[in-house]
Design a protein around this ligand. Structure first.
Ligand code: NAD
Length: 482
């Protein structure tokens, strides 16, 4: 039976590039059939904040594989990003973005570049948990989980193994975010050690990003948390030639979504101008995922030959290099005419007909719940008087009868009491760390009494965070690193 996929034509240039892509899939006899769903602008306009109808979820879950054209996300008005909603709701944890150069046919400063960015797709600052806490301070919660790290890191190594890639590099900022990014790095080292034939390396993301932008040919597969991956995969695609050329796969344990990395380019819509290559290369990734490697290679090679023959859309057209400037439809036709041909200067591709790279997360057999001891509490308060000593005095008097002692007060993570510097700029948001006195009693009962005592004295408590030891190891940062 032909695999049945879901297709969405999207907004702006979406319908044009989708119809070009479907024409090429049909001409190549891709073994698929599809259902079409409506997403994006028109659905948002009907008042559905996520840009998708309820019944479309059933289609997506039934068919499991989704080929999606870009959509236009309305600004403001509480509208949610459809991409983020689909990725998170369907558990599409791995975003795979190959970024290779097509020199000399597409202009690039990095002709040897052939990088695959594997971006964690569900966690990090994209949890969307944001709060305004005081007049001056807003926060966004960065969530990194062990299962999330294990899933994406294992995917990166399995991807490298299957595609004969030699090295996996990890980017984090664990010199600053020692616990969250530290966990990502630690899991990278743990899982990486199982893949003895693959080289491993870790870069701090700032210098790693600089190196990637300057010398991308030094990288092979690069795995990273969500935000860094979002930014750097666009950088990588752009320096390879154009964001208009890159496709992207979003892979989960059961479902997957394939798309172009660019947006709906509304200014180019309806003029038969847009380059369909990003979506087409997303569809090639989809065919590989469906085990139709031969058809995927046939389309990819015909596309490479079209690029090599200098048949280019306006966005990649260069005088002296390109031979013919074409629109969306003519470009698709040129690819169809070359089905069965291979490029002669660019390297032809081949794909295996293997089963999809779908990994199923299983918690390690050695997993043991840690012994968790509550040893203190961070109380966050709003206070307009900017003298930390004044706040400390007030807090010490409030907790006098409790088995707690005030250890420090920080403002935006910088210690301001005891022994702060008068130069430190302070906002109205204070983190007050209170530890159990002499290993004395702690727990919900003490915390409850603390909250009552603080509110009775008119202290504006924003939130509290328990401080635990996990098997004797601190489960909290000192918060002074910059
Ligand atoms: P964009 O990617 O749509 O356009 C950026 C620039 O690249 C524009 O100059 C555009 O003309 C050009 N461009 C992009 N794709 C092209 C193609 N295939 N052929 C030729 N030229 C192309 O980014 P934007 O303008 O910031 O966003 C437009 C809309 O797209 C916004 O509403 C945004 O929210 C949405 N968006 C959607 C997705 C998605 O659905 N996956 C991704 C990114 C942005």
């Amino acid at each position: 039976m032909k695999p049945r996929i879901t297709v969405a034509h999207g907004d702006g240039i979406g319908p044009e590039i989708m119809s070009a892509t479907l024409n090429i899939l049909e001409a190549a006899h891709a073994d698929i059939t599809f259902d079409t769903i409506e997403i994006g602008e028109k659905v948002y306009q009907r008042g559905l904040l996520a840009g998708i109808e309820e019944q479309s979820w059933e289609t997506l879950r039934k068919n499991k594989v989704f080929l999606k054209a870009p959509i236009t996300t309305p600004q403001g008005g509480g509208f949610k990003s459809l991409n983020v909603t689909v990725r998170k709701s369907l558990g599409l944890y791995a975003n795979v973005r190959p970024c290779g150069a097509y020199s000399p046919f597409i202009r690039t400063k990095h002709p040897q570049m052939d990088v695959v960015i594997i971006r964690e797709n569900e966690e990090d600052l994209y949890a969307g948990i944001e709060h305004r806490q005081t007049d001056e301070v807003y926060q966004c919660l960065k969530l990194i989980t062990r299962p999330g790290c294990e899933k994406i890191v294992r995917y990166a190594f399995e991807f490298a193994k299957r595609n004969n890639r030699k090295r996996v590099t990890c980017f984090t900022k664990d010199n600053i975010m020692k616990m969250t990014d530290g966990l990502f790095h630690k899991v990278f080292d743990e899982i990486g050690s199982e893949y003895t034939s693959i080289e491993k390396e870790h870069w701090i993301v700032d210098i790693g990003a600089a190196k990637l932008a300057d010398t991308p040919e030094a990288f092979d597969v690069v795995v990273m948390p969500n935000l860094y991956g979002d930014i750097l995969s666009d950088v990588a695609a752009q320096i390879a030639g154009s964001v208009g050329l890159a496709g992207s796969a979003n892979i989960g344990e059961q479902c997957s979504m394939f798309e172009a990395i660019h947006g709906s380019a509304p200014r180019r819509a309806g003029q038969d101008l847009a380059n369909p290559s990003g979506l087409l290369l997303g569809a090639v990734q989809m065919l590989v995922h469906l085990g139709q490697g031969k058809t995927a290679a046939k389309i990819h090679n015909a596309w490479l030959k079209t690029i090599e023959d200098g048949i280019h859309t306006y966005d990649v057209f260069q005088e002296g290099v390109s031979k013919k400037k074409v629109g969306t439809k003519s470009f698709a036709l040129a690819v169809c005419e070359r089905l069965g041909e291979e490029p002669t200067s660019l390297r032809p591709v081949s794909y295996s007909e293997s089963t999809p790279l779908e990994l199923h997360y299983k918690r390690s057999d050695n997993f043991k719940r840690a012994k968790k001891d509550l040893v203190g509490i961070d109380v966050f308060v709003q206070e307009d008087n900017r003298t930390p000593a004044h706040l400390a005095e007030k807090l010490i008097s409030v907790i006098r009868d409790l088995p707690l002692e005030l250890q420090m007060i920080t403002n935006r993570g910088v210690k301001v009491w005891p022994q702060g510097l008068s130069e430190t700029f302070c906002t109205d948001h204070w983190r007050c760390r209170m530890m159990s006195k002499d290993g004395g009693p702690s727990g919900p009962e003490v915390n409850w009494r603390l909250m009552k005592a603080l509110t009775d004295r008119g202290i504006d408590v924003i939130k509290c965070e328990n401080l635990y030891l996990f098997d004797g190891e601190k489960g909290y940062s000192l918060g002074q690193g910059q």
